[in-house]
Design a protein around this ligand. Structure first.
Ligand code: PMV
Length: 362
């Protein structure tokens, strides 16, 4: 793995304040990442749809330090306008992990302002969009400090590499509409250390796929994904699961090119349930689904049987349900959600999203 390429070689000195703002999306995995080794190397390859409406906007002000003798990483963090001390340890750890690749970090006092488009504690993981937004701001700084020209391709690749060290799935939140993370023989250019856009021509139907995120449980998860990943060490079914995920990735690569929606539904729903099966069979075991998660899944199956719709579901590490459907069904599915599914959501809340293209400089 060539990680040396991410150590900057020729940086110029800067004495002025610089400021960058990036909007980066969340993503939803179709083939799931669950299980890793140090340093954030996935046990299997994964692929996700990049989302669009569910995003984070982050501004970082970089103020040059007057006293360059200190090698501390200094930053203040504001989330939705308020100082947020409890988010700081995770970001400090992230900065410590990437310092080798971003040595300029110690030469600035940073002020970070961040906000999410989705309601705070909606149960939507914000680490993917949050970490990728910081990574893009750092790459903008690196671009302006670098005496060599940095290509957009390199910037996206390194941003994904950095974001991964903050949160694995964040490596898939830089580009779109589909990103693969993890080395896989069927995916040209794929890597364990950064995400790559799906490298083959995607069938029309998947280019504007819809995702309605049904907010079943907005509370804090009882088991964090860090703990969940850890429980895959010594898990009795782990090796089979990693094999299954890699096989599913080879299969979905073909499906995304040929547009076979029945195969897509089968694979995506099986992946979601396999992920949760790993949680059920961990030790200690845990359940992140709620009764309403199952109500929604059953209602989707019933609706599909009755109408022949191509709607399907996936889950991330929580109780919320992502309802996936092709754009030509958007009116019917909106009605279906309003009439039959929204009653299973907290305060009837859900978020309508659609596949997107990745990070935007704002
Ligand atoms: O990036 P993490 O460590 O929060 O793990 C995310 C894991 C899943 O969301 C369950 C699956 C995935 O591939 O995104």
């Amino acid at each position: 793995m060539d990680t040396q390429q991410f150590i900057p070689k020729s940086l110029v000195n800067n004495t002025t304040k610089l400021s960058f703002t990036w909007k980066t999306p969340s993503n939803i995995a179709l083939v799931k990442y669950w299980g890793k080794t140090e340093p954030q190397i996935p046990k299997n390859a994964s692929i996700s749809f990049t989302l669009s409406n569910s995003h984070t906007i982050t501004t970082i002000d970089f103020v040059p330090k007057l006293n360059l003798k200190t090698n501390d990483i200094n930053f203040e963090l504001f989330f939705e306008g308020k100082k947020k001390e409890d988010f700081k340890p995770k970001i400090t750890k992230f900065f410590e992990r990437i310092i080798k690749y971003c040595p300029y970090l110690t030469t600035y006092n940073m002020v970070i302002h961040s906000e999410n488009s989705f309601p705070h504690s909606s149960g939507i993981a914000s680490s993917a969009s949050g970490m990728s937004a910081i990574a893009m701001c750092l790459m903008s700084l690196e671009k302006s400090l670098s005496s060599a020209e940095l290509t957009d391709e390199f910037i996206n690749k390194k941003a994904s590499f950095l974001a991964r060290l903050g949160s694995g799935s964040a490596s898939r939140s830089i580009e779109g509409p589909l990103v693969v993370w993890g080395n896989h023989p069927a995916i040209k250019g794929s890597s364990d250390v950064f995400g790559v856009p799906f490298p083959y021509e995607v069938h029309e139907v998947f280019k504007n796929y819809h995702d309605a995120i049904l907010l079943v449980d907005k509370g804090e998860k009882q088991v964090s994904s860090t703990v969940g990943h850890d429980l895959m060490h010594n898990h009795p079914f782990a090796e089979e699961r990693f094999k299954q995920a890699n096989e599913n990735l080879a299969k979905i690569s073909k499906i995304l090119q040929n547009g076979n929606l029945d195969s897509f539904i089968n694979l995506v729903e099986s992946e979601a349930l396999s992920l949760h099966a790993m949680m059920l069979t961990s030790n200690p075991y845990f359940i992140l689904m709620k009764p309403n998660t199952l109500e929604i899944i059953n209602a989707i199956w019933k609706f599909r049987n009755k109408t022949g719709s191509k709607v399907c579901f996936t889950l991330d590490a929580g109780a919320n349900v992502h309802v996936l459907y092709p754009a030509n069904e958007s009116e019917n599915i909106a009605q279906f959600i309003d009439n039959e599914l929204s009653k299973f959501c907290q305060k009837n809340h859900y978020i309508c999203d659609v596949v997107g293209l990745g990070a935007v400089n704002v």
